[in-house]
Design a protein around this ligand. Structure first.
Ligand code: C5P
Length: 308
């Protein structure tokens, strides 16, 4: 591809993630926790558009259930850090404008920031026709955050290390989820610190999620529901008891199982079908929850939307 053929703008879509299993070990010397996790990408998406530009410009559009004021537009936004990182490593001159179209709830637990970072890395690669090897993109992603490599890979995948070592899993099921966002955030480091207080004897290596992997292979929602497990659920619910009430309520409305997503505060509910998910949404909305979304998984990782 010659410079004249290069696209002037590129849009990449990246999905929200949930953790079906999150085993957390004792804190490491670098302050991170060793994880045994199973990620799934679900059908709530952010789109990042990068365009060649004479100036650095940043834009944001949000779904109606997202408060744009909750999204940082400075250098603390991980998407802009991703752009700075990949530009610094590849040494391309010039500037790009970045526009983020956000549908992944912001309050936490669904890796919306990680999705934006992954989308930005891929968009930069395609905009400049760099054709960086997957290993390089994954390495850059890992430098940005523990969940960012998974946002590139998508599907259903096992995560180890601090979450950045991702191995895709064969998952032919279609799983239906209801996600309930909270309008009050919950600090991820605080939930991990509370985990350490509650579980001072956590193992150095968290156990393999053998039961969950076996349940995934069956494609049966009830079997998967029984094996969902989160070591961060107890600390998150201890810090925010209303999350426990929400989980009980969702299960009372017919969800097979409710869990805290990531480190919270978003909660997700596995349902037996799309109809089952609609019933849970109606019940939770009736109980006063505003942002209740249906999504299915697994879906693809970060991918190009258009190449004008
Ligand atoms: O990697 P990421 O920036 O997403 O991590 C955010 C915070 O979550 C870390 O600073 C750390 O406090 C906590 N964390 C952890 N162990 C992990 C992943 C995250 O303690 N495996």
């Amino acid at each position: 591809m010659t410079a004249l053929d290069l696209p002037r703008s590129v849009s990449v879509r990246a999905a929200a993630k949930i953790n079906l299993h999150l085993g957390v070990g004792a804190v490491r010397d670098d302050g991170f926790h060793p994880l045994e996790t199973v990620y799934q990408a679900i059908s709530l998406y952010d789109d990042v558009t990068l365009a060649s530009s004479v100036v650095r410009a940043r834009g944001l559009e949000c779904a109606d259930y997202i408060d744009a004021g909750d999204v940082p537009l400075g250098d603390d936004n991980i998407a802009f850090r991703a752009l700075d990182l990949v530009r610094a490593r590849t040494g391309r001159p010039g500037h790009e404008s970045v526009n983020i179209l956000k549908s992944i709830p912001v309050a936490g637990g669904m890796a919306g920031g990680s999705a934006d970072a992954a989308a930005t890395l891929l968009a930069y690669d395609r905009l400049h026709a760099l054709d960086l090897p997957d290993a390089v993109l994954l390495q850059l992603a890992a430098e940005l955050g523990s969940d960012v490599p998974f946002s590139l890979v998508g599907g259903t995948a096992r995560g180890r290390g601090r979450g950045e070592v991702v191995q895709p899993l064969d998952d032919r099921g279609t799983w239906w989820w209801v996600a309930v966002a909270s309008d009050v955030g919950l600090s991820t480091p605080e939930v991990y610190r509370h985990h350490d207080r509650l579980f001072p004897d956590a193992p150095t290596e968290p156990a393999e999620p053998a039961d969950l992997l076996a349940a995934l292979a069956t494609g049966e929602p009830l079997r998967l529901a029984r094996t969902l497990h989160k070591d961060l659920q107890a600390p998150a619910v201890d810090l925010r008891p209303e999350l426990g009430t929400l989980i009980d309520r969702g299960e009372g409305e017919g969800a097979l199982r409710g869990i805290v997503s990531g480190s919270g505060p978003t909660c997700i509910f596995l349902c037996d079908s799309l109809d089952g998910a609609h019933a849970v949404v109606a019940g939770l909305q009736g109980a006063g929850h505003d942002v209740v979304l249906i999504a299915n998984g697994p879906v693809a990782g970060a991918h190009l939307l258009e190449h004008p």
